[in-house]
Design a protein around this ligand. Sequence first.
Ligand code: TXA
Ligand code: MG
Length: 349
Amino acid sequence: MSTLYDFKENIKKEELKKIADKINEGGLVVFPTETVYGIGADATNSKAVKKIFEAKGRPQDNPLIVHISNLEMLKDIVYAPTETEKLLMDSFWPGPLTIILKSKKILPEAVTAKLDTVGVRMPDNDIALNIIEASGKPIAAPSANVSGKPSGTELSDIYNELKDKVDIFVDGGKTNIGIESTVLKVDENNVVNILRPGKISVEDITKIGLEVKLDKHIFEDVKENEKVESPGMKHRHYAPNTKTILLEYSDEDSIMINKVKEFKRNNENKKIGIICFNEHEEAYKNMGIMCITIGSKSNLMEISRNVFSDLRKIDDMDLDICIIEGVKKEYIGTAIMNRLIRACEYKIL
Ligand code: TXA
Ligand code: MG
């Protein structure tokens, strides 16, 4: 049985101590970050880290992100960062950015999946920072979800799938950003390679004067035996059981709406649903299409916050096909599209 602590209103000191003790005993704690919930354990405790992999059913070759609450903690884990890496930390930490750094190989092999690098981030969430600080340990934490399901952005989405597998759940309400951190690696020419897009965008990194590249696997499936920069790229990502198809974004509402109209005409006998912008709901309802609204087309943050919980709703709608409206690939929109294209298994309308 797991215990639930409610920190939505405030962080309770006595309960914080119990959480820290549990981490130090090698337990598992589900806690909020600004991106998604994480399943955390003491990153220095190999047994505890192995429990994370069991709880998630996570492939052993997929390394975990290590969460820190201050820069001092970095020194024990990785070699000194370069000037470019320091600039990224100064600019975006605490925040939704994971930097792949050269590991001192002090952490258990399970954390890094035997790679010579380790992904580190300092989350921008008071509950997360307090838990790390109180336990005095770097905390290894993947997203809180069973492998193959969308990351959890509120406890109600993940409680049932994890309740028998973790010791403590900490409720911090719905997470702010809703999709996982940007994962990047700086190469020998000081070019920033984005391996997984997130809230910290190409535009944000360009603004601080750095050269940025998006890895090609952000929008392309990995072919058999192809080498990847990040093990997470080759693992199956969440796709609903229902057939889903991604509708490409257009600034012109009528272009998107007419494509759906035509699709509906060509699939007259099928039960069609759509995850759509608020602005398009009425048009689709008038066509007899079931709608889940994801947010306003002009508010990428709203869409980002809703995307995973909306994807979880698709299979309950009893549809033959679900269309998902795509967003513009700019700022966090690049990250949203990266998650959506995987959910649609690269099928585009
Ligand atoms: O926002 C987030 O990053 C959330 C919260 C809980 O912090 N965590 C998260 O963890 O999304 P996870 O395990 O679901 O995703 C970590 C990703 C995986 O795709 C993994 O392959 C990649 O980061 N990764 C971790 N360490 C790496 C390394 N040393 N080299 C390359 N990729 C790495
Ligand atoms: Mg994950």
